[in-house]
Design a protein around this ligand. Structure first.
Ligand code: MG
Length: 438
């Protein structure tokens, strides 16, 4: 990601929106963020677009400010859960979420075309600063929970912000919620203390710290603070799928309606929704797809099993702060320990594998899988994103990755044996297809 590439993306996004429009821009803590933000800003202004710079803020914070400033679009400079040397540019719709696929393709075409419609000197866009993001975000999150109830519990919370964009705003929220906070990796340097993806193997130290202390719950964020994972009071990493399940269990106590999740989110959500007489609708993977289905289906809540909680009353993108507040609310309302709340949720085993995938191979594997499972009792099929086969005791999905030349095979079942068997069966079909290709 060079300044030249970033500037051209600024020009292209500016051209797509049109001169006279306004864009809100935030960045995470990565050392290259300031340089890339300056380059993207220059391109946008050259195309006649005004830029409101938010400084170092979270991805949900930027999305929130796009709406609050009534801007025509947003830009977030982040490489999310990837290591510090990486960086990227996320383009946001005026409603907050990332661009829809057709708009992303349009932007790419303009970018590749290279002959940008730049304006003359007097029409060049102007740059202003806005430092209200954190405050606005905390206020919005506090509106969806009972602040006094949570604060009355004085929860002892350990938080790992991985030296990212969550470092400043998250303690503001937890302080409002009356928590006694132990904050680790709290300096917003962008030099990440451990591999930043919030998954079990990167959080062993955090779990150990919780084991050594008297703690009610621990949270870990990714560098742009859209993803959240939870560690219980005994220091057990309870799995990123449980973040959404716990937050959903919290909202389902008070709200009814549809919940939107992607194809490969755990069936825990179906069980929770069914018990509350609510419906789950599934979207293709990718946050923008979940949000799109939330809009078309009128879902009141949504998310992804990677620790992505989407609470549209705050902002319609994944938001670790909304997730934390809902889980704290759940703890406060029930008076139970986090491990007890986890134990109440029906348990599944998920298995994931990936195989290399020449162009078109995933479609052939999906077709073979459909044929294989067509006669099975209770099998139903969803082909909105590869193939997902739902069975009475589990599901299996196969789809091509959007970002790498691989296909992903995921399965989930009540037992490890059945989940393993489902992955093995579809992997076998995939190997037959790939052998036929070569
Ligand atoms: Mg992220």
């Amino acid at each position: 990601m060079t300044p030249e590439i970033a500037c051209r993306f600024g020009c292209a996004f500016g051209q797509m929106l049109g001169a006279g429009k306004t864009v809100v821009m935030g960045r995470d803590t990565r050392p290259s963020g300031s340089m890339i933000a300056a380059s993207v800003s220059a391109g946008l202004m050259a195309a006649g677009v005004d830029v409101i710079e938010l400084g170092v803020v979270t991805t949900p914070g930027t999305a929130l400010m796009v709406r609050r400033c009534q801007a025509d679009g947003g830009v977030m400079i982040t490489a999310s859960h990837n290591p510090s040397p990486y960086n990227g540019i996320k383009f946001l719709q005026s409603t907050g979420p990332g661009l829809r696929a057709e708009d992303a393709a349009k932007l790419k075409d303009i970018w590749q075309g290279g002959d940008y419609a730049l304006v003359d000197g007097p029409e060049v866009g102007q740059r202003t600063e806005n430092r209200e993001t954190h405050q606005a975000h905390v206020e919005a999150v506090c509106k969806i929970v009972d602040v006094d109830l949570i604060a009355s519990k004085g929860f002892r919370v350990v938080l790992d912000s991985i030296n990212g964009a969550g470092c400043e705003v998250t303690p503001m929220l937890l302080s409002r919620l009356g928590c006694q906070l132990t904050h680790v990796n709290a300096e917003p340097t962008g030099r990440f203390a451990h591999t930043p993806e919030p998954v079990a193997e990167n959080l062993a130290e955090l779990c150990e710290r919780v084991r050594q202390a008297e703690v009610d719950v621990a949270f870990a964020q990714d560098p742009d603070a859209d993803r959240l994972v939870v560690i219980d009071e005994d220091g057990n990493f309870i799995g990123e799928e449980y973040t959404l399940a716990l937050a959903a269990a919290a909202v389902l106590r008070k709200q009814k309606g549809k919940i939107a999740v992607n194809m490969v989110t755990s069936r825990m959500i179906d069980d929770l929704a069914e018990a509350a007489d609510c419906e789950v609708v599934r979207s293709p993977t990718g946050e923008a797809n979940v949000v799109q289905v939330m809009e078309t289906e009128g879902a009141f809540f949504g998310g992804e099993g990677n620790g992505g909680v989407i609470e549209p009353r705050v902002v319609p993108v994944r938001d670790s702060l909304a997730g934390m507040a809902l889980i704290l609310q759940y703890l406060a309302e029930t008076g139970q320990k986090i491990s007890q709340l986890v134990a109440e949720i029906p348990c599944y085993v998920m298995r994931k594998t990936k195989l290399s995938c020449p162009l078109g191979a995933a479609e052939k594997v999906a077709a073979a899988t459909r044929e294989r499972f067509a006669g099975r009792d209770g099998a139903s099929f969803n082909e909105d994103d590869g193939l997902r086969v739902a069975l009475p005791d589990g599901w299996v999905s196969v789809r091509a990755s959007n970002t790498e030349p691989i296909m992903r095979i995921f399965a989930e079942a009540r037992t490890a044996d059945f989940a393993d068997a489902l992955v093995a069966e579809v992997s076998g079909l995939a190997e037959d297809v790939l052998a036929g290709e070569s």
